[in-house]
Design a protein around this ligand. Sequence first.
Ligand code: ADP
Length: 466
Amino acid sequence: WDEEYDIVIIGSGFAGLSAAIEAGKVCPSVIVLEKMPAPGGNSSISGGLFAAAASPLQAKDRIIDSPELMLSDMLAAGLELNNKELARIVAENSTEALLWTIKELGVKYKPRLSHLGGHSVARTYNTANTSGSGIIKPMLAKCRDLGIPIRLKTYLTQFILSKSGEMEGVAVREDYLFPNRKSGVLKRIRAKRAVILATGGFSQDKEFRVIQDPKLTEEIESTNHQGATAEGLIAALKASATPIQLSLIQLGPWASRDEEGFGVGSMFSMLAGFPYGILIDVRTGKRFINEQADRKLLVDAMLSSDRESIAIVDQKGGQHASTLDQCLKRGVVKKFESIKELAAANTVPLAPLKETIEVYNSLIEKGRNDAFGKPLPIDLQPIRVPPYYSIRLTPKIHHCMGGIQINAEAQVVHIETHRPISRFYAAGEVTGGVHGASRLGSNAIPECIIFGRIAGINAAAQKPRP
Ligand code: ADP
């Protein structure tokens, strides 16, 4: 061995850093290994949305919610392919995890909740800066306070098991230059207590993802950072972890056609376009789905019969997205003084579009049920106040629901014995089963934090090997 620590964590996103903080409070020597030149992974470029059931802001707004309701929303979107025990842990601990980020890390949230698609009620907190970096930065500061090193450009290549099959350590390439897999110096790092895997998903791994879902070919864009590749997951499989539902890969329906990656448009559609506006097919000028459906239903509808989709909101709806100004500056969202101008610029037939908007407005004004089943938020307004905004959408690969199997203690489960692999934990997007067929928006952060903390606490409770 070249080095030795109590606990070795791989990956510096929400899951890895949450594990590090809990482990570091108890253990003198914890290290986080990160292959990229900067920490934070997808977590730091995410929208910073945090779903919490029965939260303080819900109490203030008199929104009735419960972990049971959140769980039933997760199972409905997940088509009951979820591991119910793990999903329940997320729902039941979501508010506690949120309060942990506030009390322990000092994370700042906006004072208003958002209502994301597939959730029965508004239960989503927004970080003050509308980004996951609003949580990652305080997590990194906490790691600094606890003296936990985050070693960058250090790439996990392999797990090392003892003769008896216990997790003993990792082989890495240090000073690795992404994406050159041959770069860097080989090292073996031993873990006296445990190893925690938190390497995230594989949406950017074009070869691996197309094996799992042949529809997700190279040309389809991803919202993920470049480092979201599968080698951490594959290393775990080689160490006898159990794969779960690897072909369940989610596309985000809210991403803009006019910028790369997650960009600034995604949050505009998620927070304004879908809840407070309408989604239409450019060719017909008509709505075709409940804009607040879960991501899978939306993407399936958007991709069927070659639809080209745009979302439309008016001035009042647009105010719900704090990224609006950036979107306008970058040309991702376009602004129009009339529906006529909006229709012409987007080549939408005007008469059917006007009719669509009229029908939608009368639903809201007369309090009628929407034929598509959109749950109308209490503060919903008709689309009537100029200026009007539109965003051109294209689904982009966003989240891997599948991964390796863990149990309620965040232990990695052995593929043959179905028992935990000793001293081996995992958390976050690299694990599978929590979300089933479709992860609801804003459920990833609670999942990563809850299982990251469980992994960190349990790893630190292991007796150190001599
Ligand atoms: P999660 O949300 O599950 O915490 P993230 O994508 O935010 O996932 O973080 C995972 C981190 O793990 C990323 O920063 C990524 O670069 C890192 N990572 C992925 N594969 C490896 C690897 N083989 N070695 C070291 N770090 C890795």
